[in-house]
Design a protein around this ligand. Structure first.
Ligand SMILES: C[S@@+](CC[C@H](N)C(=O)[O-])C[C@H]1O[C@@H](n2cnc3c(N)ncnc32)[C@H](O)[C@@H]1O
Length: 277
């Protein structure tokens, strides 16, 4: 396929508008391969016809969603960025739980935004089950969201291969994951039940407004694919998502200090955490 600059820019702009993801010219081959796949699926002969379809015929967003499922980067595994999770468990979680206990509030809400196939939210569920000894007395909800419907299906299944569980400490593995005859592992029901999996596009303003009252937001290794403007819009939304005293965790290379001053920055070892005061 010979993609002209005009065609590339149209495609790039439509993806950015819908998803907040920013692709530069270096990603032309990557996008071209995915679009060819979709054109084959739709039986559309030319790129102009495909762009027309995306712009004018995709009124319900089904084609943009199908394309989104192909263009997102979904790499993840359990206990990714271990040290940051340790900081979460030892400092932030302790602080929130102690404050809540004091006022007799036994609810805890965590959002894993951009959860891919679910390894992150189930990691958080494992940590909570390990750290909160009277967990049955708490009303806990971990909401796991992503744009990619294929990955969300995997998150709902909660069954993982050895690669996904390679960094799970041995004793946690036996307590929270059940080995299956085919060599995979299934998250045990009592851990799985803490996680609720939903579709959510971080670039959808009204969907973002519906997310309120969270103590923690984890959005790690997601905003690297956004540009400053779409990243700022998402981070500003997270500020409203969090309760006062709540924490935002981003990936280690995703500092947003430059684009927002709404949060107080707190250092946890080599990681930063964003606190809403
Ligand atoms: C690399 S994975 C990160 C998974 C996990 N948070 C981690 O750190 O291991 C990035 C995820 O962000 C999701 N994503 C990208 N753009 C998104 C958007 N606009 N709304 C929701 N999720 C998005 C992708 O589908 C992908 O699953």
């Amino acid at each position: 396929m010979n993609v002209t600059t005009r065609q590339f820019e149209m495609l790039r702009d439509m993806i950015y508008e819908a998803l907040g993801l920013s692709f530069d010219e270096g990603k032309l081959d990557f996008l071209e391969k995915r679009v060819e796949k979709r054109m084959g699926h739709l039986g559309v002969g030319t790129l102009d016809d495909y762009l027309f379809h995306l712009r004018f015929l995709d009124t319900r967003g089904a084609e943009m969603q199908a394309l989104a499922n192909l263009v997102t980067t979904n790499e993840t595994y359990m206990f990714r960025e271990f040290e940051q999770l340790q900081g979460f468990a030892d400092h932030c979680l302790d602080e929130i739980l102690a404050a809540k206990e004091k006022r007799g509030d036994k609810t805890l809400r965590i959002w894993s935004a951009g959860c891919s196939s679910g390894e992150e939210p189930y990691t958080l569920a494992i940590i909570l089950r390990e750290v909160i000894h009277d967990i049955e007395d708490w009303d806990i909800q971990i909401v796991a969201t992503d744009l990619d419907e294929v990955r969300l299906g995997m998150a709902r299944a909660a069954t993982y291969g050895p690669r996904s569980v390679r960094d799970v400490p041995e004793e946690y593995l036996s307590r929270h994951l059940r080995p299956l005859p085919n060599g995979e592992y299934e998250v045990r029901p009592e851990t799985k039940k803490l996680v609720e999996v939903r579709h959510l596009n971080l670039n959808d303003r009204s969907a973002m407004r519906s997310m309120r009252g969270f103590d923690f937001v984890f959005c790690r290794n997601v905003l690297i694919y956004f540009d400053d403007a779409s990243r700022k819009a998402v981070v500003d939304s997270f500020f409203h998502t969090l309760v006062k005293g709540g924490f935002l965790f981003l990936g280690h290379s995703e500092s947003v200090g430059r684009i927002t001053s709404a949060f107080r920055l707190k250092r946890l070892g080599k990681h930063l955490v964003y606190c809403k005061e």
